[in-house]
Design a protein around this ligand. Structure first.
Ligand SMILES: [Fe+2]
Length: 383
């Protein structure tokens, strides 16, 4: 019982005798707040969050149903359990309140034992739900941290084999995050680029070249320009990366579907599996798209599938611009680093050829921010 002393209950009833009765019955068990109207209750609830609300249905001016509807509009008050108090057998009204979100009802005249039992049950359920929510949030945070560490470690593992792309993954991810932040402010993208989706995009971006793990050292570490055969082999890093995430996806979903390679093959697998996307699969879907399609071109001359325009996933279209920008502004064994201005000029020339024209325009509009990132990168590489 001592646990309940701390519980806070708001009782809303327009009949003073009922409030007095509630005070007598519950006052020594719970912290009580009494309100004599719906309006008074809503005013109190703007600044206070009780553990439970006992709400009379039949009240003048604002009835119980209206109060419930108002409370369900706000996330903070929507979660407070509401038990409705009815003075008569009004099944239709009770049903309406339950549909609106009330958790139980108590009929008047109150039977003390029933009232206490129902209040206790709802308080216990509410506490259990809160504990469960806390545990889920904690577990989610741990999984997210683990994902971040694994993404970084895998990306660094790939980069450690590739003698020519020092810092590429880290730099590209930095440009990507700045670009993404700008895109999320534009009307055309702000509905798609939700904070949760952007978090997954930034987490998946470092893994876009993970398929290089399957490229031979003689090609990956070659210090001169690749010949056709070598380049064809290098190009397979997109398929290998895409397949890697597809295999992970299959493991997560426990499906036995055979993995295929080719235009839209992965999307067909997703469709036939009729999988509803969860948080985990959204991340894998994004990581797969980026790994698979980041070398596709707007005009359809890219690889591995040759898809074009908006058929290329948005994540890959965004990434391809910053991926090329970093490649252009970085020194390679076979070329010097281009200046920021030269790299921007090349990207603009390839607008609507290699790159999504709308995305290119927005990338150019944050020219200064990208240049600042490049200068910061160059400064830190001198340390
Ligand atoms: Fe790549």
């Amino acid at each position: 019982m001592s646990e309940n002393i701390q519980k806070h209950i708001l009782v809303v009833d327009d009949v003073p005798a009922n409030l007095k009765y509630a005070q007598q019955l519950l006052g020594n068990r719970y912290k009580l707040t009494l309100a004599s109207s719906g309006a008074q209750a809503l005013k109190f609830l703007k600044k206070n969050v009780p553990d439970l609300i006992l709400l009379d249905i039949n009240m003048p001016e604002m009835d119980g149903c209206t109060v419930i509807a108002e409370l369900k509009k706000e996330p903070v008050t929507a979660m407070i359990p509401i038990i409705i108090l009815t003075s008569e057998v009004d099944t239709a009204m009770e049903l309406k309140c339950l549909e609106l979100g009330a958790v139980d009802f108590i009929r008047k005249p109150f039977i003390t034992e029933i009232m206490l039992s129902r209040i206790e049950t709802q308080l216990e359920l509410s506490a259990y739900r809160d504990r469960l929510e806390y545990m889920v949030n904690e577990k989610t945070a741990v999984i997210e941290r683990l994902q971040d560490v694994m993404s970084t470690c895998f990306a660094e593992l790939v980069e450690s084999r590739d003698g020519t792309t020092g810092g590429h993954i880290k730099n590209t991810t930095r440009y990507f995050a700045v670009f993404l932040d700008e895109l999320s402010k534009h009307d055309e993208y702000k509905d798609v680029l939700t904070p949760e989706y952007m978090k997954n995009l930034v987490r998946a971006a470092p893994l876009h070249d993970i398929g290089k793990i399957g490229i031979n050292d003689s090609v990956l570490r070659k210090e001169s320009v690749l010949n056709k055969e070598e380049f064809d082999h290098m190009k397979t890093h997109t398929q290998i990366g895409g397949e890697t995430f597809q295999h992970i996806f299959k493991s997560v979903e426990g499906t036995q579907h055979h993995c295929q390679i080719g235009a839209y093959a992965f999307d067909k697998i997703f469709d036939t599996m009729n999988v509803e996307e969860s948080e985990d699969t959204i991340f894998l879907h994004i990581a797969r798209d980026m790994a698979m399609y980041h070398h596709e071109r707007w005009n359809g001359t890219g690889y591995p599938t040759g898809i074009s325009g908006e058929n290329i996933p948005l994540s890959a279209r965004i990434l391809s611009i910053v991926d090329v920008y970093d490649a252009l502004t970085s020194k390679r064994s076979y070329k010097e680093a281009f200046t920021h201005e030269k790299a921007m000029q090349i990207i603009v020339e390839d607008r609507e050829v290699f790159f999504d024209p709308k995305l290119t325009d927005i990338f150019v509009s944050i020219n200064d921010k990208i240049k600042q990132c490049l200068l910061t990168k160059n400064l830190s590489s001198q340390d």
